[in-house]
Design a binder for this molecule. Structure first.
Ligand SMILES: NC(=O)c1ccc[n+]([C@@H]2O[C@H](COP(=O)([O-])OP(=O)(O)OC[C@H]3O[C@@H](n4cnc5c(N)ncnc54)[C@H](OP(=O)(O)O)[C@@H]3O)[C@@H](O)[C@H]2O)c1
Length: 246
């Protein structure tokens, strides 16, 4: 499905990011696997995965909220002189409080910074490369929270709603260069982040699901791969829910 495509994927060490890397490698893509902290275990893991599927995986390490690190990473990609076909913005955080009144503006800014502004800067830099190639596919990992107002807190909901609006806008702005921009909106997925949702909210969400279980990271990765691939060539500006039918 992705044979010969070169894809940048952030949040590479997390649940959905790691699953997306495996899915992309299995489907023939070469990958820049972007994680926050450099470590040997991750490098070895990526090496093994690349060998298993016969693709190149280049680990890159930067904090997405540190724009000088981010710029250096994109410059490193540019220096490889390989066309960048796909960008998947996965990196994200959830806040630690439950009440809007009790959350400081600094905590809210941190969530906005990670979930919205860093994806915006990635989209700016990488779409610039895609414009030169006159093609590309960007997938932003949003959340049903950005559509429905739940689960999770005010700042998380706002950050994902902003990312969804940005996706719809960018689809129009980048269309003249054959760059498609879509988003996935996962529901409750079994990852480290999914585990942070409190028990009562989890039960409330489960009661609303048609498929009565949490989703897996692989199930989200499959939809990301479809949106990144040419199988979705007539889709742009879309937000696809992967939520068990909430
Ligand atoms: N799980 C769910 O139920 C769910 C539902 C809807 C949407 N999502 C979205 O899906 C995406 C992936 O989440 P997940 O469930 O896979 O959670 P996860 O396992 O916690 O992964 C999140 C990843 O983002 C990375 N990250 C966070 N801040 C970063 C920063 N400043 N710089 C670089 N990397 C950073 C983390 O890096 P470290 O490993 O270094 O911490 C981690 O690898 C997020 O955008 C999340 O909002 C998740």
């Amino acid at each position: 499905m992705l044979k010969g495509k070169n894809a940048i994927i952030t949040g590479a060490r997390g649940g959905i990011g790691r699953a997306t890397i495996t899915c992309f490698a299995r489907n023939g893509a070469n990958i820049w696997a972007c994680a926050r902290r450099e470590d040997l275990v991750f490098i070895k893991d990526m090496e093994k995965l690349g060998e298993k599927y016969g693709v190149e995986i280049w680990p890159l390490f930067f904090d997405v909220t540190d724009y000088s690190q981010l710029r250096r990473a994109v410059s490193q990609i540019m220096r490889q002189r390989i066309s960048v076909d796909v960008l998947i913005n996965v990196a994200g955080i959830i806040g630690d409080s439950t009440s809007f009144h009790m959350t400081s503006i600094d905590k809210m800014k941190k969530v906005m910074e990670t979930n919205f502004f860093s994806a915006t800067v990635m989209n700016q830099y990488v779409s610039h490369l895609m414009v030169k190639n006159n093609h590309g596919s960007i997938v932003n990992v949003a959340s049903i929270a950005g559509l429905d107002g739940e689960p999770a807190q005010y700042e998380y909901v706002a950050s994902k709603a902003a990312l969804i609006g940005a996706t719809r806008h960018l689809a129009r702005e980048l269309a003249p260069w054959q760059i498609r921009v879509n988003a996935v909106a996962p529901g409750m997925i079994e990852t480290t982040m999914g585990g942070k949702i409190d028990k009562s909210l989890r039960e409330h969400m489960l009661s609303k699901m048609i498929i009565k279980r949490l989703g897996t990271a692989d199930e989200v990765a499959n939809v990301i791969a479809f949106l990144a691939s040419d199988l979705s060539s007539y889709m742009t500006g879309q937000v696809i829910r992967v939520d068990g039918g909430i």
